[in-house]
Design a protein around this ligand. Structure first.
Ligand code: NAD
Length: 300
């Protein structure tokens, strides 16, 4: 498997594609934004004039797109990538989308004789650049084995969650929990500070006590507590509030379709909805702390 088509060269897709080029694959790239394509060509990739042109001779096709509708259009529209790929090509969709949509697209691929996995990622833009992403895969074991040599060049951990769509379900469970942990951590820190505690001292205490969690340990939402976090650079970079809101919405749709109660997931989606509407959509999701403490760092 030498020739890879990579479609969707945004914050995540561009560094992932760069790692494949660096690993020696022949990578044909396409994005709607010409500047994104140009930056990959500089790194050694080949520009394609369209998504269908990119996939025509590819052994594997990787897509990294924003949301459901982009994936549906690219895969399911007449003349889309499933109509243009060569027989035997493997499809890997790394976008975070609804499990139902992932199953729909995998079914369409299978009807045309293609193997496909959903492989959403965790690890953010830093993980994408460093090649240390976690891939959470749904699909057959055989398709995963085929994809493994590629995934290993872009990530460090590869989990097989189950059949088609299962990667998306696991990803959404993780991000729902992350949203809840972030909002909870922000609330606890704000309570302590309201009583005069130093947020760094309180963070150190909780990080070594039973409230310990990832947002306290590596992604503290309070400005100045931890170097290198979005909170310490005015909530820029990182994982945007709008993307977290999208994932929390996907979690609620999944909950409805499975009749699963998710009271905290529902509440935190509402909190992030209000936060986005208050002007923080483009800021990092840890900025939710400003809902409780509006003076901390308001967007301009
Ligand atoms: P992004 O908006 O930066 O990039 C998406 C890219 O897709 C853009 O360059 C856009 O031009 C391109 N695109 C859209 N439709 C296209 C089409 N039809 N053909 C070709 N290109 C098209 O988004 P991102 O941050 O790279 O995120 C991509 C996905 O990864 C999302 O589903 C997101 O939820 C998920 N994700 C993001 C992060 C993160 O930290 N940013 C972390 C994990 C997962």
């Amino acid at each position: 498997m030498q020739h890879i088509a990579f479609i969707g060269l945004g914050n995540m897709g561009a560094p992932m594609a760069r790692n494949l080029v660096a690993a020696g694959f022949h990578v044909s790239v396409f994005d709607l934004a010409p500047a994104a394509v140009a930056s990959l060509v500089e790194a050694g990739a080949t520009a394609a004039a369209s998504a269908s042109a990119a996939v025509q001779t590819a052994d594997a096709v990787i897509t990294m797109l924003p949301a459901n509708k982009h994936v549906q259009e690219l895969y399911l529209a007449a003349g889309g990538v499933l109509d243009s790929a060569k027989p035997g090509a493997l499809f890997i969709d790394c976008s975070t989308i609804a499990a139902d949509v992932a199953r729909q697209v995998a079914q369409a691929a299978s009807e045309r004789g293609f193997a496909m996995i959903d492989a959403p990622v965790s690890g953010g833009t830093a993980g994408a650049a460093a090649g240390t992403l976690t891939f959470i895969v749904g699909g057959s074991e055989a398709a995963l084995q085929q994809a493994r040599p590629l995934l290993e060049k872009m990530g460090k951990n590869i989990f097989h969650a189950g059949e088609a769509g299962a990667g998306q379900v696991a990803k959404i469970c993780n991000n729902m929990l992350l949203g809840i942990l972030m909002a909870g951590t922000a609330e606890a820190l704000n309570l302590g500070v309201a009583h005069g505690l130093d947020p760094k001292v309180l963070s150190d205490i909780m990080a070594k006590s039973s409230g310990r969690n990832w947002t306290l340990e590596v992604y503290n939402p309070w400005p100045g507590v931890m170097d290198g976090t979005p909170a310490s650079r005015n909530y820029t970079g990182g994982f945007g509030t709008a993307l977290m809101l999208k994932d929390l919405g996907l979690a609620q749709q999944s909950a409805l379709s499975a009749n699963a109660p998710t009271p905290l997931g529902g509440l935190v989606r509402q909190l992030y909805q209000m936060h986005a509407q208050a002007g923080y959509a483009q800021q990092d999701f840890s900025s939710i702390v400003q809902m409780l403490q509006p003076g901390l760092n308001k967007p301009a």
